[in-house]
Design a protein around this ligand. Structure first.
Ligand code: SF4
Length: 308
């Protein structure tokens, strides 16, 4: 299935997710990525799947739910999908639900990518660095993407686009939270036309085990420097949509592939399938899922994620 949820999102409420790309296909391999390291690092855009199949999957989930947004997000970078513009257009023709695209923003220097996003209601790009050096450290981009080129694409897009731009800055301790790094980010973010800025921190197990959130005073400093930035350092609230699944096992596995679950969230899903006490979650730990501990919480991640 290319569509899933809705999942509770801290920025988009009840968000029906659409992944038009294969797992972990991205132009970055960020140190904080909750999906593990990128297995296919690329900038070539492709039609990875038949576009009508993706649209059909969206329809199946829309019929059973009432999302606040249909969000193109992917298990990687959704702008790598050549059919993204067509998918957004067709989605808007069929359903009166706002569309959002969560993107790392790395491909906006391509005219075709900017055009593809024009019809979306909200675009949520990331900007985690203010210099080439920090960019390479935190996002570890494909070798053909340079910082100035990425930033230029974001500036151009924001001036051409008529919808809302909500920028996100992920802060990682000792990587981009110093005074100098934050001031560099501020200098460049000011060149972009945006409606909201969010300061985020790693709350789920990251691709690299050394990744830590910054101290509270660095988060506050980032918010202060970015002026209108809101913080999204809390956990999401609400239930995951499970209507398309026939049992707790398939629901938990599918959700974990895209969104590592805390153990209590997985047990909650077990309960909603009236499988409480069945041991479904416990039986999956080992063969299919691994327990990972991060910041005092226990998460369940698919065994195939690559973490160090
Ligand atoms: S966090 Fe997003 S941009 Fe970074 S590697 Fe993961 S999917 Fe790609």
């Amino acid at each position: 299935m290319h569509a899933y949820g809705p999942v509770p999102s801290r920025r988009l409420g009840n968000s029906l997710g659409v992944s038009p790309i294969p797992p972990k296909t991205c132009s970055y391999t960020c140190v904080y990525c909750q999906l593990g390291r990128t297995s296919k690092l690329q900038i070539k855009r492709e039609s990875f799947f038949p576009k009508w199949d993706i649209l059909g999957d969206i329809e199946k989930v829309v019929k059973k739910s009432d999302p606040d947004y249909i969000t193109f997000v992917g298990d990687g970078e959704p702008a790598l999908c050549k059919d993204l513009g067509w998918l957004i257009h067709e989605t808007k023709q069929r359903w009166k639900i706002p569309t959002a695209v969560i993107t790392n923003g790395s491909l906006l220097w391509m005219e075709e990518v900017r055009q593809d996003l024009m019809e979306a209601d909200v675009v949520l790009p990331s900007l985690d660095a203010g210099s080439e050096e920090v960019f390479k450290k935190i996002n570890r981009p494909h070798k053909k993407i340079k910082y100035e080129q990425m930033l230029g694409g974001m500036i151009d897009f924001s001036s051409e686009y008529k919808g809302k731009v909500w920028i996100e800055l992920m802060l990682v301790r000792d990587v981009n939270d110093s005074e100098e790094a934050l001031k560099d980010i501020r200098k460049n973010i000011e060149l972009i036309r945006y409606d909201r800025a969010y300061v985020n921190i790693p709350i789920r197990p990251p691709a690299e085990s050394w990744v830590q959130p910054p101290s509270t005073d660095r988060i506050l400093r980032a918010q202060e420097l970015l002026g209108k930035a809101q913080s999204i350092t809390n956990y999401e609230k609400g239930e995951f949509g499970i209507e398309e699944f026939s049992n707790a096992r398939s629901a938990i596995l599918e959700i974990c592939l895209r969104h590592p679950l805390r153990e209590e969230q997985a047990k909650e899903i077990e309960k909603r399938f009236a499988e409480e006490g069945s041991g479904t979650v416990n039986s999956m730990i080992g063969p299919e899922l691994l327990r990972t501990y991060y910041r005092g919480k226990t998460y369940l991640v698919p065994k195939k994620f690559v973490r160090r």
